[in-house]
Design a protein around this ligand. Structure first.
Ligand SMILES: CC(C)(COP(=O)(O)OP(=O)(O)OC[C@H]1O[C@@H](n2cnc3c(N)ncnc32)[C@H](O)[C@@H]1OP(=O)(O)O)[C@@H](O)C(=O)NCCC(=O)NCCS
Length: 179
């Protein structure tokens, strides 16, 4: 059985592995939710991840298995008890086995514990319909808001001209239980 070390905050020395993890999940050829058919480019650079790790009211959560990173996600405090979940990746060869679901559950706990959040927000490419449906199965709801896809030629080269994000939110904790 593999030694799963569990969740922790990312540290600067994780940056190289994190770049590999995020690029392979978002833009690789393996994995059920890759966006490689929709977007080209590198997705992320180590400098961006280091900035996220150092930024106040922001954190990168990683799940480590043996000495390798299995998954990560970014959490950001957007104020008014709303936390944003992004840069969410599971190693492509490990997808579809419940790791992503565990990361979302853990992110909900950290968002509440670290930022006092009671709402978790994500943005998903509208064209990634399977992904949107998965988040809905996890309890997220579409807000109806659409946001532009920020294309930066190095990190994101759209392969079609209608890419945009849908916004989904999930009410956390007791608020959800009492609804
Ligand atoms: C999205 C992501 C983090 C999910 O991680 P994961 O480990 O695959 O997640 P899980 O195994 O917990 O759940 C996968 C779900 O997708 C479903 N699924 C698996 N293969 C699928 C496929 N080919 N098509 C549609 N759904 C599929 C599973 O049935 C499961 O649904 P369930 O939880 O309702 O049973 C991962 O796919 C990833 O890294 N994607 C690339 C980056 C990305 O898209 N990030 C999110 C941006 S908003």
């Amino acid at each position: 059985m593999k030694d799963v070390k569990g969740f922790r905050r990312a540290v600067p020395s994780d940056a190289t592995q994190l770049v590999r993890l995020v690029r392979s999940a978002y833009r690789g050829s393996v994995g059920w939710a890759s966006e490689a058919d929709l977007v080209g480019g590198e997705r992320i650079a180590a400098t961006q991840l280091l900035e996220v790790i150092a930024r106040p009211r922001s954190m990168l959560l990683v799940l480590e298995e043996s000495d390798a990173l299995l998954a990560c996600c970014q959490l950001e405090d957007r104020g008014e008890r709303l936390a944003f979940l992004g840069t969410f990746a599971v190693r492509p060869t490990a997808q579809g086995r419940g790791v992503g679901r565990r990361v979302v559950a853990e992110a909900e706990r950290w968002a509440t514990a670290e930022f006092g959040a009671n709402v978790l927000e994500i943005t998903v490419l509208a064209q990634q319909t399977a992904l949107v449906h998965w988040y809905e199965r996890l309890g997220f709801e579409r807000t109806g808001e659409l946001r532009p896809f920020p294309a930066d030629v190095r990190y994101a080269r759209p392969k079609r001209d209608d890419l945009h994000f849908v916004v989904l939110r999930k009410v956390l904790g007791e608020e959800q239980a009492s609804r």
